[in-house]
Write a protein that binds this ligand. Sequence first.
Ligand code: IPM
Ligand code: MN
Length: 363
Amino acid sequence: MKLKIAVLPGDGIGPEVVKQAIKVIKTIEKKYGHKIELLEGIVGGEAIDKYGDPLPDETWKLCEESDAILLGAVGGPKWDNLPGEKRPEKALLKLRGGFNLFANIRPIKVFEKLSFSSTIKPEVLKGVDFVIVRELTGGLYFGKPKEIRVENGEEMAIDTMTYKASEIKRIAHVAFKMAQKRNKKVTSVDKANILECSRLWRKIVDEVSKEYMDVNLEHMYVDNCAMQIVRNPKQFDVILTENTFGDILSDEAAVITGSIGMLPSASLGEGTKGLYEPIHGTAPDIAGKNIANPLATILSVAMMFRYSFDLEKEAKDIENAVDKVIDSGYFTQDLFTGNPYAKQLVSTEEMGDLVCKIIEGGA
Ligand code: IPM
Ligand code: MN
């Protein structure tokens, strides 16, 4: 297959982890005889420093002509005091909104040997495997008005949560379809006791569920869900939720698995173009030290092969290689300390090389 991938390393540990993901893409390209063109672009804080714009036109164009986008992470303390429109994070929102990537898929999987790196008891974690389907282009992130203004001589800020029925409907379909391929359960998370958006959310999700009689639907308030994720995470199969709730719950869910450095994500729209990125951020405290865990980005590449290119075999190959590395006890620093299965501490680069070696070996 002939494929074009826009590669946007971004800030902090972004470039280091993306470098490893590129090695994996090249290894897969060679092994399966694909022709993959990588178009590198500048994004986030780096782009602000160079062009005064977190998503320069050049980068946008590059993404437009690509089949998929791989992103490291954006942001950092250096740009924290800029106004909303000029912040590195704005690039992400523009990509998500601009390409209409409304469905954010965040798989939460516990690797048994990593469960000792978690703050949760291993027996609570055993067998945890669920997916968060987060609505990504609506709610508080995009609603208008969104501004800071002066009223009666006092500063005040406003963010607006809005949801249209059509926005809820399309994301609900994504969640139910996913549940059909998994354990046939959707937990729709909202705050319907308080929010009008959530009441509409519940109504539409109930309606959509009638088209999926083989899938069990339950509704859960977001505060309860936050508690259930640490109390009994095994109960979940597919969590369906709106933008802000999904943002918060996915960090919580990610960290119970042992390290946020393990978890990938895909942002999809109606077509096949998708944005793939690790859930973790830029981790400025460890940037440039060659110690960050590149596996979340590598697993994001697996999702790219699955969802944008429909190349399941290649996706599985990458996922199996990651399973094997973890099984062998070669861990980056985030997973190493205090883990009885840890055999060898490896750097970011070494981890990337190990994964590639396993893929090459076809083991
Ligand atoms: C995420 C991030 C982003 C979000 C930020 C960086 C804009 O936290 O992908 O979860 O809030 O969506
Ligand atoms: Mn987040």
